[in-house]
Design a protein around this ligand. Structure first.
Ligand code: ADP
Length: 318
């Protein structure tokens, strides 16, 4: 596992606004790293620091082992960046735009540049619109063109600021698909405030709140991380008895019950998943007064974690 981005106590303040409090972050090669946070959390600030567009107030960071302040020019030649709202020359076509960008990077023969441009147009699904002026492009097409532009120099790292935020569901799906395809070639570090997107394409996630890193790690570890497993079921019959059976097991941590139509929904939190898997349902079903339906593991959504963190953060500051 090779590290692509490593920050150490990296921070940025504007006067007395701490846009980013000291952050330690590691991004591995070929990750799709989702950088999640509500508006104003400091996502853009971190990306601009990494790109050398602004200077840190304290701390340091390395990309490909190079210092983001001292080696910023070299780093930028190996990084592709899609800003939050990419701007284009509206009268130019998609092909002309990519051709123009490609010329910054190579001085090779025209046919080599044409080949690269065609490849990028294909990659983002714009081949059939390549020769139309950008002024007629939809939001999704603009975002895809922006990604093609960021990718034209075959960067090892792609930094995408809210690539899918302003798009309709179809546009978002296209952009997420392209990101999946690109991970083969590059590490992708992107910011978003859309939890669904992160859950769909990311393997690693960091949650930023009020300039502070609140969580960081593998998405599955984070979803299960350190928390007990919860089983959910609807119980009919002697509910008090069901609660008693569950509570008396040494591996049951907590039992909650709430009316659910004609039944009672029971949430059983356990500390030993193996014991619960082999015994819980059987113990309940053994009692003939009880009918158990809709039995299953309650899945933790990233949204639960996110809301906990963001609301917890708000309470802290009060
Ligand atoms: P995000 O991208 O997560 O929405 P930003 O990184 O843009 O958040 O902003 C983080 C915080 O820093 C916000 O409170 C914002 O107002 C503040 N901020 C960003 N840029 C500047 C600036 N140039 N001057 C002063 N404050 C800034």
């Amino acid at each position: 596992m090779t590290t692509v981005i490593q920050t150490k106590g990296l921070s940025k303040s504007y006067g007395n606004v701490d846009a980013l409090k000291p952050v330690d972050l590691t991004v591995s090669r070929h990750a799709i790293f989702g950088f999640l946070g509500p508006n104003g959390a400091g996502k853009t600030t971190l990306m601009k620091l990494l790109l050398g567009l602004i200077q840190p107030t304290s701390g340091s960071a390395a990309i490909f082992g190079k210092d983001i302040v001292k080696d910023s020019v070299e780093i930028r030649s190996r990084v592709g960046y899609l800003p939050q709202e990419p701007r284009f020359y509206e009268f130019m076509t998609a092909r002309q735009t990519l051709d123009f960008t490609a010329r910054f990077f190579f001085s090779g023969p025209q046919h080599a540049i044409d080949k690269r441009v065609n490849e990028m147009l294909g990659l983002v699904g714009l081949s059939d619109k390549a020769d139309r002026p950008i002024k007629g492009f939809s939001g999704g097409e603009r975002q895809r063109l922006g990604i093609a532009q960021a990718q034209v120099n075959y960067p090892e790292l792609l930094i995408l600021d809210e690539p899918a935020a302003a798009l309709d569901p179809l546009g978002r799906r296209d952009v997420l698909n392209i990101m999946e395809r690109l991970r083969e070639h590059a590490t992708i570090f992107y910011s978003t405030h859309i939890l669904d997107d992160v859950q769909q394409v990311s393997d690693t996630v960091a949650i930023l709140n009020q300039g502070e890193l609140a969580a960081h790690g593998n998405i599955n570890t984070l979803l299960n991380g350190g928390q007990h497993t919860v089983y959910t079921m609807d119980v009919q019959g002697d509910v008090a008895r069901a609660k008693e059976i569950a509570t008396s097991q040494p591996w049951v941590v907590r039992v909650e019950a709430a009316p659910q139509g004609t039944a009672t929904n029971m949430l059983v939190t356990v500390s030993d998943e193996t014991a619960a898997n082999t015994q819980l349902l059987r113990l309940l079903m053994a009692d003939e007064q009880l009918v158990v339906s809709n039995y299953g593991r309650k899945t933790v959504e990233l949204e639960d974690i996110f809301v906990n963190i963001v609301e917890g953060g708000e309470n802290d500051s009060k």
